[in-house]
Design a protein around this ligand. Sequence first.
Ligand SMILES: [Zn+2]
Length: 459
Amino acid sequence: MKKLFYLFVFVTTSVVFSQTDKQDSTQIKKFYNASLLNGKSYQWLTHLTQDIGGRLSGSANAQKAVEWGKNELEKLGLNKVWLQPVMVPHWERGTKEEAYIVTKKGRVTAPICALGGSVATKGRNGLMAEVIEVQSVKEVEALGEKVRGKIVFYNRPMQADLIRTFRAYGGAVGQRFNGARVAGKHGAVGAIVRSMNLRLDDYPHTGVMSYGDTPDAQKIPTAAISTLASERLHKELQVNPNTRFYFKQSCKTFPDAPSFNVIGELTGSTFPDEYIVVGGHLDSWDLAEGAQDDGAGIVQSMEVLRLFKETGYRPKRSIRVVLFMNEENGSRGGKEYARIAEEKKENHIVALESDAGGFTPRGFGFNCNDVNYAQILKWKPLFEPYLIHVFARGGGGSDVGHLNTDDNVIFGLQPDSQRYFDFHHTAIDKLDAVNKRELELGAATMASMLYLFDKYGIK
Ligand SMILES: [Zn+2]
């Protein structure tokens, strides 16, 4: 009898479980179908990249993107759409940079671009000086006075044997961020940095840099140089250690400018005070259209809410899409969103960011406690039909990261990253760098995971 009872319990609970799974897999299938057959993400991305274009913080285009985002979210029939004011840095590149290597045979043009936040080269004539090549900021510290009067050339490549290319980026980007500050401290007159790119090509990659608390008069100009030109300059220095480099740039920092995060909300039916956020960053660098970085993440995040509406799923918790402003050169939007959330004591249980490109989704990186991670792993089989298999610890994103607490779940979409740094912060980060189908798969993957968090909550 007892045995029969246990058998009964086992059968009924497994029926309940399998029905739940069935419901979940049916809803997830609906998300993928809607995204792939009738998605809006690519159409949005086309507008954002082609009709608006590059949208660096403080620019007229960034403002256009804010208005566009608000307008599109309003069309989705969400419960609320609003703008959250935030002051952002305003830096402009000015006229196109010029650079060349002075070789025995003459000038060899070098593709460069000023790093975000850099000062211009002084005067009308640009800057010419001997080059000293280094592998790291540490090396410059050790060289000290030997860099005086020179252009420091940071040439440490991204590490090619790291399969997770964001780790390779993380391992090299310190040269870009701190290079000019440290070189300037030791009397260098300029700093050029090998582009953050695993490929050899002639597209320089911009990105943010910082002078820390360096006084204005001691700030030296800094630019990224293409990977191919880095190789050329390196070879030239092998032959002639006194090789000179010339560059000219006219970039400038203006006073901070007013801007906005764009926010839309589907208010929860059962737990409206529990918030789930999905977002990317609306600003982009100015060299191209910001398609992979991060137009893709913006339209995927918008698509998540649209997919909830289109498939008729009414969330139990409040789902917010946030189009964050100023991730690239200040993260002011991410910080301000978190500050207001804290001020209003809003309980953000989950936040998902898409800011790793619009390539084929592979999975997610989770920043959460063990209990929540155990729950997440139980959902993994639901994603197998879609070839989503990376459920890693660690991750999140630079905008949603500010919402991190000891017991919430902050996570990031992890698309295939092998080609991301071909485009990142370059003049070729355009619409044609993004594949429509891959973009749509990413949006459906994000919606599916947020659906599960909405339905089951966190532990
Ligand atoms: Zn980005």
